[in-house]
Design a protein around this ligand. Structure first.
Ligand SMILES: [Zn+2]
Length: 404
């Protein structure tokens, strides 16, 4: 471990990620190794890496983290078999901590607080206990991980945590990013679904398999009930929504954690095609990167869309040859970032992931002591992140293919 910045701080930046020397643990390390203890904000692949000795995460996220660590090798996008999570993740030492519960590690108290991003996502609160009698005693840092402030029925709502120093993400840290209410987006999605039924094609939504997929499943079914009066949501025992195996694994983890999702079944080509032919097309939810695969071609005639915050960026949809884009993000938009930062009351704000410089500049101009927190991903291709929404080097940002 080599601190590359801010030596002597409660949380330091090292070449393996954020490190708390007083507690001897990393937060979302991007490189794991033997003997390393990691506190994980959430199970997206650029925050949760396999190979550490022990993991601590919020209790509702234990199942998805185990699933993700087990699948770290990553199936191909068209490898569609669900329930084949490798055993590696199951055997990793993953400890759950209830939201708000305090755990003493070394000379710090650690607690996890809902970040509203995906199931089990947490902000990590670190409080210095004795501080060796120095001025650090009682100092509180909070590392946000990814977060959103908008309500999401599939995970606990973001909770502001008062602190002295707040390290915030900034994926969509530009004033142009302002999300419409998700309910409006889902209504739009449901109307498209109905159009697809009329045209006897299957609507396919590409999205991140962890978090966004479950939010889409919950939101789209609810919206179809709202806007599709008289439409059958499902046929008999059949679900109205079907999904790729990679999504199904995580749907199962969500259900096991007690999240109430509408019926969703593993997509079988014959059923998908037959339902579309009957004018009762099912919504097919598939992971980003599964477009243009043999798996998708088996599903018959489709209409394709992506659900992502990046759909707000002109050009993305065109370059990916998508028929539709639904602007739906699991990250805070610009007003959301500022509201969250203000709510912490923090006098110092570290900014990481995404549009760092504009947010740092804005905060400094209004008198907040803000600084950029480097990550491994700065200046790199976004293609390393399988599931995360991440700006690329070009202004238009979004990755062509999120999978490695
Ligand atoms: Zn994330």
């Amino acid at each position: 471990m080599r601190p590359v910045e801010s030596r002597g701080q409660l949380i330091e930046v090292t070449d393996r990620g954020l490190y708390c020397p007083a507690g001897g643990f990393y937060i979302d390390p991007w490189r794991c190794g033997p003997g390393m203890r990691a506190v994980i904000t959430h199970a997206h692949s650029d925050h949760a890496r396999a190979g550490c000795e022990a993991y601590l995460c919020a209790e509702p996220g234990v199942g998805v983290l185990r699933t993700r660590l087990g699948a770290a090798a990553g199936p191909d996008a068209d490898d569609d078999a669900p329930g084949e999570a490798a055993d590696a993740g199951r055997s990793a030492a993953v400890q759950g901590l209830r939201y708000g519960e305090r755990l003493t590690i070394g000379d710090v108290a650690v607690s996890l607080h809902p970040a509203g991003h995906v199931l089990g996502s947490a902000q990590v609160r670190v409080e210095r206990l004795s501080g060796g009698g120095g001025e650090d005693r009682g100092k509180v840092w909070v590392v946000s991980g990814d977060y959103k402030v908008e309500a999401d029925p599939t995970c606990d709502a973001f909770e502001p945590v008062p602190c002295h120093v707040f390290i915030t993400e900034s994926t969509f840290g530009l004033p142009v990013y302002r999300w419409r209410p998700a309910e409006e987006v889902f209504d739009e999605m449901a109307r498209w679904w109905l159009e697809c039924r009329q045209e006897k094609v299957t609507p396919v939504v590409f999205c991140y398999a962890l978090g966004k997929a479950q939010r889409v499943i919950a939101g789209a079914v609810r919206a179809l009930q709202r806007v599709g009066t008289g439409q059958r949501v499902g046929t008999g025992q059949a679900a109205a929504v079907v999904a790729h195996g990679a999504v199904m694994k995580l749907v199962e983890a969500y259900r096991q954690a007690g999240v109430d999702l509408p019926p969703v079944q593993h997509a079988q080509a014959a059923e998908v095609k037959a339902a579309a032919q009957r004018g009762e097309a099912m919504l097919l939810v598939a992971p980003t990167g599964s477009d243009h695969t043999p798996w998708l071609r088996k599903m018959g005639p489709v209409s394709t869309a992506t659900a992502s915050g990046w759909m707000a960026v002109r050009g993305t949809r065109r370059r990916r040859n998508l028929e539709r884009g639904f602007v739906l993000s699991d990250h805070a938009d610009w007003p959301g970032l500022l509201a969250a930062i203000n709510a912490t009351g923090a006098s110092r704000v570290g900014v990481t992931h995404g549009h760092v410089d504009p947010l740092v500049r804005y905060l400094r101009e209004r008198g907040t002591d803000a600084w950029p927190v480097p990550t491994r991903f700065v200046g790199e291709s976004p293609q390393g992140g399988e599931e995360e929404e991440r700006p690329g080097p070009a202004p238009e940002g979004p990755p062509e293919r999120e999978r490695r």
